[in-house]
Design a protein around this ligand. Structure first.
Ligand SMILES: Cc1cc2nc3c(=O)[nH]c(=O)nc-3n(C[C@H](O)[C@H](O)[C@H](O)COP(=O)(O)OP(=O)(O)OC[C@H]3O[C@@H](n4cnc5c(N)ncnc54)[C@H](O)[C@@H]3O)c2cc1C
Length: 392
């Protein structure tokens, strides 16, 4: 790009924002409240997004997608979250949007042809299986093991927190094919598969959780799951490095979702602050109410700028680790702070479900923990960017 700095989205990007905003308007807060309350997957919403052609946004054109970048994907997910759908809406489509990146880059043509067009059309639901109870954020410590047996692998182990597993036909599954103790580099010896979540050998149990209840997160007990070799993504033993390629975009996507929740929470707060009268005047006239909302706006705007820089760098093919991590960190903080202030602005009504800010608050809290905690982001910035000793 020439001509120095440019903070404007392109016409096409603006059009994406407008079209998505128009589409998601059909699913209002009431819809999301009911889905959340009933613990029901938002099928109507998912189908509408699929029919609009949005699920294949970043999937290459030869596999039925539009081949767009992370900038466009973050615009989509910000609008989705901002509609009031929050993390219920975002999580129902999140993995279809950029989660298949390791498959796009490293999967065989045959695997891609078999799966990507179905993901783009919405027909194939996928989940992402990395986290394990015994490993936590130290992914090198996973122990779910895939043992080669002729033209198959036989997998045994346990996963935790796998979102949408209950609703998914396939899973992008990280396993060990060599034990931790047998590898030179601790992240070697891991293998990635995109395979059927065969219910006859995988027991899937939803975890009772604080929010985002329209999409399940599950414990998986995997008992002799047979995976054909064709379902392996790339080479054996290199699965972790393939996942690394997807980490920065994942952080940016999450950042955009946090931003969207922050924006909708702030809108709701401003509306209420202008309407609600106590002591004979709108509560928003009090600086004790107004300043925190103005402060929330300033933090959201600043966080958004870092996110835009990160997505721009990535789409230009540049290094963006520092910016992607910072964007995730700041958007998660700003989104949560805005949701918290929105709740406070609503007083007692903030604590009710009726005004929706309680739901935003619960969902905004999540992005400080998952898919990567704020502490690990700071670990990255401290060691990679600032050059201080690693603590992990
Ligand atoms: C609703 C929800 C949905 C999820 N969906 C998925 C999914 O679809 N697929 C999937 O694979 N996973 C999923 N996860 C898991 C999520 O990615 C993890 O919960 C997250 O990465 C944190 O890991 P942990 O829970 O094991 O925390 P732990 O590793 O047990 O860490 C606990 C705490 O200690 C801190 N900590 C640990 N080590 C350090 C250190 N060295 N320095 C500083 N602080 C440290 C952490 O930051 C954290 O605050 C989901 C989680 C939730 C809550």
């Amino acid at each position: 790009m020439s001509g120095g700095m440019n903070f404007e989205l392109t016409e096409d990007q603006e059009l994406i924002r407008k079209s998505v905003a128009e589409l998601v308007k059909k699913f209002d807060d009431q819809y999301w409240m009911e889905k959340d309350r009933a613990h029901e997957f938002p099928v109507e919403f998912y189908n509408a997004i699929a029919e609009g052609g949005w699920l294949g946004m970043t999937i290459p054109e030869e596999y039925g997608g539009h081949g767009l970048g992370i900038t466009e994907a973050t615009i989509l997910l910000e609008e989705v979250a901002r509609s009031g759908g929050g993390m219920n809406a975002a999580s129902s489509i999140h993995l279809s949007i950029f989660g298949m990146h390791p498959v796009v880059v490293h999967g065989s043509d045959e695997l891609k042809a078999r799966t990507l067009p179905r993901i783009a059309s919405g027909d194939l639901h996928v989940c992402f299986g990395v986290t394990e109870p015994g490993a936590g954020l130290d992914t090198s410590r996973i122990s779910t093991f895939a043992k080669r047996d002729g033209d198959h692998y036989v997998v045994n182990g346990r996963k935790v927190w796998i979102s949408k597993a209950l609703e998914s036909e396939k899973i992008l599954l990280l396993t060990r094919t060599e034990r931790y103790d047998d590898v030179k580099k601790k992240t070697d010896g891991m293998t990635l598969f995109l395979t059927d979540l065969d219910r006859s050998c995988v027991d899937i149990r939803p975890i009772a959780k604080m929010g985002r209840n329209a999409v399940t997160s599950n414990e998986l007990f995997i008992d002799n799951l047979r995976i054909p070799v064709e379902d392996r993504v790339g080479e054996e033993g290199k699965g972790f490095s393939y996942l690394l390629d997807g980490l920065n975009p994942e952080r940016m996507l999450i950042a955009s979702e946090a931003l969207g929740i922050g924006r909708v929470a702030l809108e709701k707060a401003v509306k209420y602050a202008n309407e609600r009268e106590v002591f004979g005047r709108p509560i928003g006239m009090n600086q004790g109410i107004q300043f925190p909302l103005a402060d929330a706006l300033a933090h959201l705007d600043a966080a958004e700028l870092v996110l835009r820089k990160a997505t721009w760098l990535y789409d230009q093919g540049n290094q963006c680790g520092r910016e992607a991590n910072t964007a995730k960190y700041l958007c998660a903080e700003a989104g949560f702070a805005a949701a918290d202030r929105a709740l406070q602005t609503h007083g007692g009504m903030g604590y009710s479900e009726e005004y929706h800010v309680a739901r935003y608050f619960r969902e905004a809290r999540l992005m400080r923990i998952a898919p990567i905690s704020q502490e690990m982001i700071l670990n990255y910035l401290g060691s990679h960017t600032l050059g201080m000793p690693r603590s992990y």
